[in-house]
Design a binder for this molecule. Structure first.
Ligand SMILES: NC(=O)c1ccc[n+]([C@@H]2O[C@H](COP(=O)([O-])OP(=O)(O)OC[C@H]3O[C@@H](n4cnc5c(N)ncnc54)[C@H](OP(=O)(O)O)[C@@H]3O)[C@@H](O)[C@H]2O)c1
Length: 265
């Protein structure tokens, strides 16, 4: 699918999945709006996008968790581009840890960036989106499976999933397609957060997905008009199936894995 001259807004483009997605749209000739907080890194993404064929790439510094800032940024986007063809709500981060060890402000922070950031950009840019446009929300396998030691993160990603599924039906009538993407562990800066110091994934980067692959899922979901894309891992498919159909078995397996991890500590 070509995106020649289409306006594509992506949050969290200074690294990882967001940056790879921006480059994938650049290769298809899009006009890119790159959003994040780290301007140096955003400018690196901008340079890479222009080299790859983007018609235009504009950087906006914005903390998506701040509604006033998000509203102002969306107003600037509206003024500069008029309409938006694709919005990818990708900005987000994770915190790993038991509820007992997690501060309320950290749980609120996850919800504000991951969930409310998605809501703010969707709500503010929606009036600029017409028939044939797309909203892509990045949830996670943690938005399909309530993983232990991820309560704040899981709740924010479940919220994104529910929000997306709900507006999918509303916006279908207006000709706007909604897509929700649920990747599993992906090799990005996500695991740099201090809370992941003891996380097993830090020691096994080879077992993680490539962010380019996730960018490919996003392009594919748009092209095929698919609502939900989940990580193509058999283990995760089985887990989602068990949780939906045999929840007692899912909970028994999760409990035994949790007990095993506690013993290994
Ligand atoms: N990596 C994984 O294993 C994995 C798995 C499933 C889902 N995901 C989801 O994928 C998305 C992208 O993460 P990633 O893996 O690519 O990690 P990443 O490399 O750390 O990228 C996260 C991006 O989000 C931006 N961001 C974070 N907080 C922000 C805020 N308050 N305002 C604006 N931008 C913000 C960061 O930019 P600045 O620092 O410049 O603000 C950065 O560009 C996240 O929503 C994450 O939850 C990741």
């Amino acid at each position: 699918m070509a995106f020649d001259g289409k306006t594509v807004v992506i949050t969290g483009t200074s690294s990882g999945i967001g940056r790879e997605t921006a480059e994938a749209f650049a290769e298809r000739g899009a006009r890119l709006v790159l959003i994040g907080r780290n301007v140096t890194r955003l400018n690196e993404t901008k340079k890479a996008c222009l080299e790859k064929g983007a018609l235009e790439a504009v950087v906006f510094r914005c903390d998506v968790s701040d509604y006033a800032l998000a509203k102002k940024t969306c107003a600037q986007i509206k003024k500069k581009f008029g309409s938006v063809d694709v919005l990818v709500n990708n900005a987000g981060y994770g915190i790993y840890g038991a509820l007992r060890d997690t501060e309320i402000k950290d749980i609120e922070g996850l919800m504000r960036t991951n969930y409310f950031g998605t809501v703010y950009f969707t709500k503010e840019l929606l009036p600029t989106m017409g028939r044939g446009s797309h909203i892509v929300n990045i949830s996670s396998m943690a938005g399909k499976l309530p993983l232990t030691n991820y309560s704040g993160y899981c709740a924010s990603k479940f919220a994104i999933w529910a929000f997306s599924e709900s507006i999918y039906h509303e916006l279908k009538w207006d000709g706007i397609d909604v897509h929700v993407i649920c990747p599993s562990a992906t090799r990005t800066h996500f695991f740099d957060n201090e809370s992941f110091a003891m996380h097993p994934h830090r020691r096994q980067p080879e077992r993680m997905a490539d962010p380019k692959e996730v960018a490919g899922w996003i392009m594919d979901a748009i092209e095929r008009g698919r609502l939900e894309t989940v990580s193509p891992s058999l283990k995760e498919y089985i887990a989602v199936f068990l949780l939906a159909n045999v929840p007692w078995l899912y909970h028994r397996i999760m409990q035994s894995r949790y007990v095993k991890r506690q013993i290994q500590r």
